[in-house]
Design a protein around this ligand. Structure first.
Ligand SMILES: Cc1cc2nc3c(=O)[nH]c(=O)nc-3n(C[C@H](O)[C@H](O)[C@H](O)COP(=O)(O)OP(=O)(O)OC[C@H]3O[C@@H](n4cnc5c(N)ncnc54)[C@H](O)[C@@H]3O)c2cc1C
Length: 408
């Protein structure tokens, strides 16, 4: 059984899309989910990604007026992310980041950027996008609103009608396999928020190069590596908004990233929960199925409580984001706080669920063919990326008072 989604939060249309994606995941991803982490050449991964593209999710990142599709709400995007992550978190993050990198340009309707992105992403090729924030010397500090961009070292300098970018990025999703990069940089770190710049860089561009793909615990469908920018030149119009506006867009994108991360964590937890429910139905210990022992039923109840509360909360945060006219401007600390509550809570739930699922399956839970260990590996990284559990908590309290720790 699965609890129904609250109709007030998730529209009829979004529920239909969710059901279609769920059916796709059941038929196309579930049967091969164990193989995806070994698919280093992306043969199987690209095949599945092509089918997701055929369902309109690639073209859907571009607004309809530039040749794309009607834009999905954050609630609608969240339920899609959750369903794909239920099959494979790597596929969800790769698709999610392709949507994510366009959001700054979409939020300010930057026509110049969106026309260029549309020309690539609305075509026949399978394309991915990258939102590149993290740097070798600063991960959380790039995202920390209290640091006001002072720790960003990738520099953008205006030379006539072109931005010249220099610096490097570490770990961003879809690095090295993207058609476009939204690079978080600064025109001058001493300017603080006014210096923060989000600049769109196409691939290939002269001076744009990559390091080796990271060897990770999982999520093979997502690729991560160093991104080097050595005098990369792009037109001036490739900046998302301008001084002050780009800092606002960065913080809004962090909220979107937190909500999306929460949705993926819920999807992974749901995948593990379904697996352990089935397993404990059939495996007999001390004369009856594992799940008929009261101590084990209590553990399954804790998992269900965690998943349902985490799902309801991320959908609530997404719904409030979709309704700024009621819940305040998108850049307000309240939205980042709610997105952070959703991510901190959902990732802790997912880590708890996968841990307990493994306990209930004994050593079978640790075996790859039983799937739970895959979710167990992936949930941990969802917690670590985008600020981790600690910066996430600081962003939670910033919704309640002007917490400024780290502003040194
Ligand atoms: C699979 C994957 C996907 C990723 N996707 C992206 C992406 O799409 N784009 C992108 O830009 N990056 C991406 N990253 C990078 C990721 O977001 C960063 O690694 C993450 O934000 C943390 O940065 P860091 O690793 O440098 O840790 P650090 O910044 O060094 O922080 C380490 C720890 O210090 C603590 N900490 C941090 N700040 C504070 C503080 N103010 N006070 C007290 N303690 C603190 C926390 O415990 C934190 O976990 C990805 C990474 C992986 C592995």
């Amino acid at each position: 059984m699965r609890q129904p989604l609250l109709q007030e939060l998730v529209s009829e249309e979004d529920r239909l899309v969710q059901q279609a994606v769920r059916a796709f995941v059941d038929s196309e991803i579930m049967p091969v989910r164990q193989q995806l982490d070994d698919d280093r050449d992306h043969v199987l991964i690209d095949k599945i990604s092509e089918k997701l593209k055929a369902m309109g999710f690639q073209r859907g990142i571009v607004p309809e007026k530039y040749g794309g599709l009607p834009q999905r709400s954050v609630v609608g995007t969240g339920v899609v992310m959750e369903e794909i992550a239920r099959g494979d978190v790597g596929l969800a993050v790769s698709l999610g980041c392709t949507w994510w990198f366009t959001r700054p340009a979409v939020l300010v309707d930057n026509e110049a950027v969106l026309r260029k992105v549309a020309a690539v992403f609305c075509g026949d090729e399978l394309c991915r996008g990258c939102f590149a924030m993290t740097e070798p010397e600063a991960g959380c500090d790039v995202e920390n609103p209290a640091q006001h961009g002072k720790r960003i070292s990738t520099r953008a300098t205006l030379d006539g009608d072109e931005w010249v970018l220099n610096g490097s990025k570490r770990f961003p999703s879809n690095a090295g396999i993207s058609a476009y990069y939204c690079v978080v940089c600064t025109t001058d770190p001493t300017l603080g928020d006014e210096g923060i710049a989000l600049i769109y860089v196409p691939h290939p561009s002269e001076g744009l190069s990559f390091g080796k793909f990271e060897n990770k615990a999982g999520m093979q469908a997502d690729r991560n590596c160093d991104v080097f920018l050595d005098n990369v030149r792009v037109p001036r119009e490739n900046r998302a908004a301008g001084p002050g506006g780009d800092a606002r867009l960065l913080h809004i994108n962090l909220t979107l990233g937190r909500i999306g991360s929460a949705a993926m964590a819920v999807g992974a937890a749901q995948g593990a929960f379904e697996t352990v429910l089935e397993y404990t139905k059939n495996r007999i210990v001390a004369g009856k199925p594992i799940r008929e022992h009261s101590i084990c039923a209590g553990m399954l109840a804790d998992m269900a409580i965690g998943i349902e509360t985490a799902r309801t909360y991320y959908l609530t945060a997404a719904y409030m984001f979709d309704h700024p006219e009621t819940y305040g401007p998108l850049e307000s600390p309240g939205h980042l706080s709610r997105g952070s509550i959703a991510k901190v809570h959902a990732t802790e739930v997912a880590i708890m669920v996968t841990n307990k699922a493994m306990e209930l399956m004994g050593s079978y839970g640790y075996m790859r063919e039983y799937d739970v260990e895959k979710y167990w590996r992936d949930c941990k990284e969802i917690q670590l990326w985008e600020g981790g559990a600690q910066l996430g908590r600081f962003d939670v309290v910033r919704g309640y008072y002007g917490f400024q720790m780290g502003d040194r």
